[in-house]
Write a protein that binds this ligand. Structure first.
Ligand SMILES: Cc1cc2nc3c(=O)[nH]c(=O)nc-3n(C[C@H](O)[C@H](O)[C@H](O)COP(=O)(O)OP(=O)(O)OC[C@H]3O[C@@H](n4cnc5c(N)ncnc54)[C@H](O)[C@@H]3O)c2cc1C
Length: 384
């Protein structure tokens, strides 16, 4: 599939997502219609690469899709982002594993949806520590039991990618990524997902009790998977989701001011100045996110040492912190432009969903946790 066909399929799915966004949010239900549209359009294979039957698109195309989808429904955009983070973490570190290569072909041909279980009760959002441990279950089979507090679309995914401690004799940060089909993951839901925002991501807790073969462990060390793929793909695709939310919020604010302007054509609406300020903030966010996207797109297939450097780690962490703060501030400011019509649900200018969705951004790997990591980097990294 060419890039143009990919973007057409995403645009069509974005229309479907927008149509159902309020119902998805109100009922905290999976955005089935939009994900089906993305599946029908062949977009779930976008990160496997053309060699495995995926569309001929690059990282920036996938980021763009996250943004476009999130303008209509941020939960749909976030599901799309999280799926591709998992698939890219598998595809870019597949080594010469025949099992994984075959699996990537199946992602493209069957349009399989992949969820993630990295967070854990006891370690929270610390990506680099797992309590759940790989165990020998005999007969060449391995297993683990993980208490995952938040697994987005865990009840709807075909497969789950889980971080697990390599074994009780391994270093505390020595983890593996295990790929299991949902029906072999023994997933028991442990809570409800009745949240302020991102309600359509359907992200309750699950106890995952999986039995699997050694070939289902993604080859390679987890540290480079993290620094070269999982962290930059997460922070950048999420940032595009947040850019989509912010763009939609500002679009509603602008529509409100333009409607006021049409009522009194000779007078610039009083909210025009505030609109100008929030547009400036949106433009700054867009420039910052686009620059970070271009930087990663240029580095991702080059010398991996760049992506593992302290300097890059600091920049990509700060991208996440900054974009997550920007989206919340922009939605808040857009509400200030619109006023009560934005506060009220069910108007063309309603911003409740945008504001609530935006507040999840700082929590998706807590910003304070990221600042703590940066503080450690800054002890050794001289240049900022
Ligand atoms: C919409 C949404 C979808 C998600 N989907 C998934 C998913 O599919 N899979 C998945 O694995 N996870 C998912 N998560 C979980 C998420 O990525 C985090 O791992 C999780 O929110 C962390 O839990 P916590 O808030 O309890 O943070 P913790 O990491 O336990 O931290 C608790 C609090 O302490 C602060 N804190 C932590 N460490 C430090 C420190 N060193 N210094 C100062 N303060 C610190 C944090 O900022 C936070 O405020 C999702 C979260 C959201 C919001």
């Amino acid at each position: 599939m060419a890039a143009a066909a990919f973007h057409e399929a995403v645009a069509a799915a974005a229309g479907v997502a927008a149509q159902h966004a309020d119902d998805v949010d109100a009922r905290a239900r999976f955005p089935r219609e939009a994900i089906d549209a993305l599946r029908d359009g062949g977009t779930l294979g976008a990160s496997v690469g053309t060699a495995h039957g995926g569309p001929d698109v690059g990282f920036a195309d996938i980021c763009d899709a996250c943004r476009v989808l999130s303008r209509g429904c941020a939960a749909t955009g976030m599901i799309f982002a999280m799926h591709h983070i998992q698939v890219a973490s598998i595809a870019r570190h597949a080594g010469d594993s025949a099992y994984i290569r075959d699996y990537l072909g199946r992602v493209a041909s069957e349009q399989r949806l992949v969820a993630s279980a990295t967070s854990e009760v006891g370690t929270g959002g610390d990506l680099r520590r797992s309590i759940a441990c790989v165990e020998d279950r005999g007969g060449g089979r391995l297993g683990f039991t993980k208490n995952a507090p938040t697994v987005s679309y865990g009840g709807h995914a075909d497969d789950v990618l889980t971080t697990v401690w390599r074994g009780p004799d391994a270093d505390a940060s020595d983890q593996v990524l295990v790929l299991t089909a949902r029906d072999e993951s023994g997933m028991t839901q442990t809570g409800e997902w009745d949240t302020m925002g991102m309600r359509g991501t359907c992200s309750p807790g699950f106890e995952i009790s999986a039995v699997f073969g050694p070939e289902q462990i993604v080859p390679g060390e987890f540290a480079p998977i993290c620094s070269e793929t999982m962290v930059p793909w997460s922070h950048l695709t999420w940032a595009h989701v947040w850019l989509g939310i912010a763009t939609s919020a500002v679009g509603r604010a602008q529509a409100m001011v333009r409607a006021q302007g049409r009522r009194s054509p000779d007078v610039t609406p009083e909210a025009g100045g505030r609109l100008s300020a929030v547009v400036a903030r949106l433009q700054a966010m867009r420039a910052f996110v686009d620059a970070a996207t271009a930087e990663y797109a240029a580095l991702m297939d080059g010398d991996p040492a760049h992506l593992s450097s302290f300097g890059y780690g600091l920049r990509i962490n700060n991208l996440k912190i900054r974009a997550s703060e920007d989206v919340a501030a922009i939605c808040h400011d857009a509400l200030g432009v619109v006023g009560i019509a934005g506060y009220r649900n069910g108007t063309p200018f309603s911003l409740g969903r945008h504001v609530r969705d935006s507040l999840s951004a700082a929590l998706m790997i807590g910003n304070e946790r990221i600042h703590a990591t940066n503080a450690r980097i800054l002890l050794v990294q001289r240049e900022v």
